[in-house]
Design a protein around this ligand. Sequence first.
Ligand SMILES: NC(=O)c1ccc[n+]([C@@H]2O[C@H](COP(=O)([O-])OP(=O)(O)OC[C@H]3O[C@@H](n4cnc5c(N)ncnc54)[C@H](OP(=O)(O)O)[C@@H]3O)[C@@H](O)[C@H]2O)c1
Length: 283
Amino acid sequence: MKNSEDLELQEQPVVLVTGCSQGGIGHALARAFAANKCTVVAASRSRSSMADLERDPRFFLQELDVRSEQSVQRAVKNVLEKYGCVDVLVNNAGIQCVGPLAEVPLSAVEQTFDTNVYGTLRMVQAVVPHMANRKKGKIVNVGSVAAMAPGPWSGTYTASKAAVHALTDTLRLELSHFGIDVVNVVPGAIKSNIGNSAVASYNQMPEWNLFKPFERAIRERAYFSQRSKSTPTDEFAKNTVATILKKNPPAWFSSGHYSTVMAIMYHMPICVKDFLLRKSMNC
Ligand SMILES: NC(=O)c1ccc[n+]([C@@H]2O[C@H](COP(=O)([O-])OP(=O)(O)OC[C@H]3O[C@@H](n4cnc5c(N)ncnc54)[C@H](OP(=O)(O)O)[C@@H]3O)[C@@H](O)[C@H]2O)c1
């Protein structure tokens, strides 16, 4: 006799993952869902960034820019036309933003919030009516341990992830009436393209005025999650997908390098937190 989790896997849930470029967490999550017999809609801004998935019949590839309402609506429509439902939505697409808050261009702040926060909500608002109609679904928002102990040099990113954590908690309460589970996945430091992408954006920013002496520390912040001990993407994805596919997934799932340290820091007095962050971030 099969247990309920086996039955759930048997149904081949349709999973839509945003931000699936090769080398990143989304790509690894997409492959891990496929390995668990899910039908996977792998979405990214460009198909070429997911070219290795192109010929694999387990994946339906979609170009999707979470900053564009039109793009979101088109991709969700394509998925509903093909499969009739979205069982699991994983809001993984996200960008880092490095720079001192007092000088970082507001256009970069807007871009970060538009991607990480409004992009998540755009996807939620596009998919929830269909999930609510079926009284079934899971929404997974990818936050960050950075939001548990906000440090210097990446305040924009950290604030955007704190917003994701807050809206995830609210969504969980509001959507439970419609049979929709909402999970906050909170990665520690995971190997991906995020450091290189952050530096590419950082290189476009103007020179700092007050913060010139901190230039090196600020630039290093972009790679903070990409050090030698960072958790391999596949390992993180395997654990995360196993958790998401549980019949009753937890409200919060954090794993990866630094996830325990950051959980401890979250409970520390602010003066201790500040001392540790000043030391580790050369502030
Ligand atoms: N890696 C870590 O240590 C870590 C830690 C905590 C949280 N996270 C979170 O994990 C998620 C995945 O990040 P990652 O580390 O895998 O970084 P990544 O390798 O840079 O992947 C980010 C993905 O998001 C996509 N993306 C960016 N802007 C987008 C937009 N407007 N529309 C659609 N897709 C967009 C990127 O597409 P392009 O390839 O086109 O840029 C890429 O596919 C992010 O939410 C990140 O904040 C990562």
